[in-house]
Design a protein around this ligand. Structure first.
Ligand code: NAD
Ligand code: MN
Length: 353
């Protein structure tokens, strides 16, 4: 029931291809719903800009973005630019600058699709991974000392703060509470990482007592990776630190069919700045320009964006359209075993809408 201004940042590689597809699906949806209006402004930020100007985005980019209701992001990463530069100067700069500290990653086995799990493919996969998105292993703290000498040192310091741990854990507990199974798996590695991870655990012990209705269990991250494969139906909501959840959610995406399918949202829960929605995959150098990228991850991310904006009916309509395309099965992209290109899959979603 509203008009929304969306900042689209296609970025690099197939990010440009899938964000164009997602905008098409959103426009189709808005055409069908007279009470929904979506206005896009597209920003040409990314590695092309970096190669011209030395910056991935302008100095006042965060201020510009604050004027929008949400951000729709493609990917940062280009073979001509070091990955840590493209990532930190664009995507991470936005996530940290706008305090999008909660990264949400729903995973579902969609109709018509098979999990690559060869034995005992589960009847359902319906997981919700919550990733700490502002500190932990990707805090950016660290440095390089004695550069180019034989005693050179490189340090990445994993930073967990009491406040940072508490806010993401509460966020995850609230999500677990809102889902039918009311179940949260807490992921840690405090057996080996004995400072920050122990704090991470201690905070959870306290915070989780405020949620007696949520059933919790605590699992070490390596065992959790195995459990995704061996006991997928035991999992519902998961909370983990930045690096751990990054890795686990790519595994989750692959187990549900393909990386090209998986959506995410970088959420600012306090809503004092816009949140950002993107497929979890990267620039996919191996297929960029081929017209074969799977747009469903980007389109599902657009559904998460609508949901965040409070447009729950529109969000469901878009997600239903994705499920109809996978269920019907004739217009599947190549990474899901089909023959359809980005355009054809997008058209199929638009038709389903
Ligand atoms: P990637 O996700 O780009 O690709 C991994 C594999 O999955 C490739 O074989 C690719 O073809 C396939 N794939 C990914 N998305 C697909 C889609 N929509 N349809 C079909 N196949 C798809 O990961 P990578 O190769 O590790 O990274 C490539 C670049 O992307 C790097 O520069 C990396 O830093 C960047 N990256 C950016 C983000 C981001 O901006 N959020 C995330 C991950 C990687
Ligand atoms: Mn990742």
């Amino acid at each position: 029931m509203g008009t929304y201004r969306i900042a689209a940042i296609p970025g690099d590689g197939i990010g440009k291809e899938v964000i164009a597809a997602g905008c098409r699906a959103l426009e189709q949806l808005a055409n069908q719903k007279s009470d929904l209006k979506i206005e896009f402004e597209t920003f040409p930020w990314g590695s092309d800009m970096y190669l011209e100007t030395g910056e991935m985005m302008p100095a006042d980019a965060l201020e510009t973005l604050r004027g929008f209701d949400a951000i729709y992001f493609g990917s940062a990463g280009d073979p001509r630019v070091p990955d840590h530069v493209s990532l930190w100067k664009l995507r991470l700069a936005i996530c940290q600058g706008l305090d999008q500290y909660a990264n949400i990653r729903p995973t579902k086995l969609l109709p018509g699709l098979a999990s690559p799990l060869k034995t005992g493919t589960p009847a359902t996969i319906d997981w919700f991974i919550v990733r700490e998105n502002s500190e932990g292993e990707y805090s950016g703290a660290g440095g390089r000392v004695h550069q180019a000498l034989s005693n050179e040192v490189g340090l990445d310091v994993s930073v967990i703060t009491r406040e940072g741990a508490e806010r993401i854990q509460r966020f995850a507990l609230e999500i677990a509470r809102s889902r039918p199974r009311k179940k949260l798996t807490f992921v840690t590695k405090s057996n080996a990482q004995r400072h920050a991870m122990v704090l991470w655990d201690e905070v959870f012990e306290v915070v989780s007592t405020d949620y007696p209705d949520v059933q919790t269990d605590r699992v070490l991250v390596d065992a959790m990776a195995a459990r995704f494969v061996t006991d997928p139906e035991s999992i519902d909501t998961v909370v983990a630190t930045n690096l751990h959840a990054d890795v686990l959610s790519d595994l989750a995406a692959a187990l549900s069919g393909s990386l090209g399918l998986a959506p995410t949202g970088n959420i600012n829960p306090e809503r004092n700045a816009p949140s950002m929605f993107e497929p979890i995959h990267g620039s996919a150098f191996d297929i960029m320009g081929h017209g074969s990228a799977n747009p469903l991850g980007a389109i599902w991310s657009a559904s998460l964006m609508l949901d965040h904006l409070g447009e729950t009916d529109a969000a469901s309509a878009l997600f239903d359209a994705i499920e109809r395309v996978t269920g019907e099965g004739s217009q599947l992209p190549r990474d899901l075993g089909g023959q359809a290109g980005t355009d054809e899959v997008t058209q199929a979603v638009c038709d389903a809408i």
